[in-house]
Every structure is written in structure tokens, then in C-alpha cells.
Design a binder for this molecule. Structure first.
Ligand code: TYD
Length: 210
């Protein structure tokens, strides 16, 4: 009998939204329940994609243009799909990916201002061939994420500059969720980790992933 193709699930959210905590909880749940799966992440998730990640996240590469950045994310994505995602889906495994093409739409198209056309074009391979079955967006504003991490006192002017960028990322995600309400599902990130996780499980069950 042919193997049923696995489901492809991605997690998205602003920096500090609690995504890592949720992924850890999900990893424990899937292992405990013997659900065949892989966890992977972007940028990265393979030899070549991890090498691209190092170029992208290296603070010394500050002269990189926004276009180059977007193209490297897209290049890393294509390699990662071929190295890790496709083989696992073909084996019928559930694929959980920490960030994917919606990160490029929120960060590069919206926040960097490259626009939807350019980012959609360079990510056509991912968008047309590997659209996730469901994308969980952990909905927490960057202000709330920052306060959670540092407390109110450190909310100084220097951070405000970065804050404007992260606010645009957040607005980008909200726009994506509005555009594709059947794929990009918002989870209230202000809840406790257990509360958020209960919602995550409900979504994954609804989409036939568990
Ligand atoms: P990472 O350290 O993995 O952060 P996080 O735990 O928040 O996921 O760094 C990933 C960074 O890369 C994050 O700031 C978002 C950014 N990113 C993009 O700008 N575009 C993309 O397409 C992807 C996948 C990530």
C-alpha cells in the first residue's frame, strides 16, 4: 500500500512570542504519543541551509542588501525543502517547521518594505509546491513580548528603533492571517504556555495532523 503523505505544519510569530516553548511542548507530546515526525527550522535545517543561516544571522554582514537577504532566505528554503521536508513528507511523517515562507512575507516583504510581488516571486517554489497544510501564528504583539522579557523599565529609546521594525513584522503577520484564514491560524499568545498549547493541539487535531 502506498504511504500516505505526511502533513506539513509551520509555526510563526514575532521574536519572543513563545514559539520555542510551544515547539518544545509539542516535541514532548509527539514523542510520548509515538507520532512519527520531524522537527526542523528555517533558516537552516541541513548542511547547505545551515551555512546560509550563518551568513544571514552573522552580525558582521550588516552591509547585506535587503534583496540579497530575501534571496538567501529563499535559497535556503528551496534546499531545505529538498533535503529534509520532502523526504519526511514522502515517508508519511508529520513535519513541524519553525518558521517558513510566511516569515519572508512578514519580515522581508512587509517589515523591510520589499513588497509582496518580489518576495512572492522569489518564493514561488515554496508557495506553489509546498504550501503548509496549516500555519500556527502565535499572536503576541512585539510590545507584549518585550515587556515579558525585560519588564517595563528597560523599554528605552534604543529599543524603540527596533520596535518599529517588529511592529511592522507583526502587522504583516496579521495581514497574512486575514488573507488566508483557512491556513494561517492565530493563537492567543497572551495565554499561559499550557493555555496556548491546548489551542495548538486543537488546531493540529482539526487539520488532521494528530
Ligand atoms: P532565530 O534565531 O531562529 O529566531 P527565532 O527563535 O525568533 O525563530 O532567527 C531567525 C530570524 O530570521 C528571525 O529574526 C526571523 C528571521 N527570518 C526572516 O527574516 N525571514 C525568513 O524567511 C525566516 C525564515 C526568518
Amino acid at each position: 500500500m502506498a504511504t500516505v503523505r505526511g502533513k506539513f505544519v509551520t509555526f510563526e510569530g514575532c521574536d519572543g512570542c513563545g514559539k520555542s516553548t510551544q515547539l518544545k511542548m509539542l516535541s514532548e507530546y509527539l514523542t510520548k504519543n509515538n507520532i512519527p515526525h520531524i522537527f526542523t527550522r528555517e533558516p537552516g535545517g541541513g548542511k547547505i541551509s545551515e551555512a546560509i543561516r550563518e551568513i544571514l544571522l552573522n552580525g558582521k554582514n550588516s552591509e547585506m542588501t535587503d534583496e540579497c537577504e530575501a534571496l538567501l532566505y529563499a535559497a535556503s528554503r528551496v534546499q531545505h525543502l529538498s533535503d529534509r521536508v520532502e523526504p519526511a513528507l514522502a515517508e508519511g511523517k508529520l513535519v513541524i517547521c519553525d518558521r517558513y515562507v510566511d516569515s519572508s512575507l512578514a519580515y522581508q516583504a512587509y517589515a523591510r518594505g520589499l513588497g509582496r510581488d518580489f518576495v512572492t516571486k522569489i518564493n514561488a517554489f515554496a508557495l506553489e509546491k509546498y504550501l503548509p497544510d496549516v500555519t500556527v501564528f502565535i499572536d503576541l504583539t512585539p510590545e507584549a513580548a518585550f515587556l515579558r522579557k525585560h519588564g517595563a523599565d528597560e523599554n528605552d529609546r534604543l529599543e524603540q528603533a527596533g520596535m518599529a521594525f517588529h511592529k511592522r513584522v507583526y502587522e504583516g503577520y496579521k495581514a497574512l492571517a486575514k488573507e488566508e484564514p483557512n491556513r494561517v491560524i492565530c493563537v492567543d499568545g497572551t495565554k499561559t504556555p499550557d493555555g496556548v498549547f491546548a489551542d495548538v493541539l486543537e488546531i493540529l487535531k482539526k487539520y488532521g495532523c494528530l
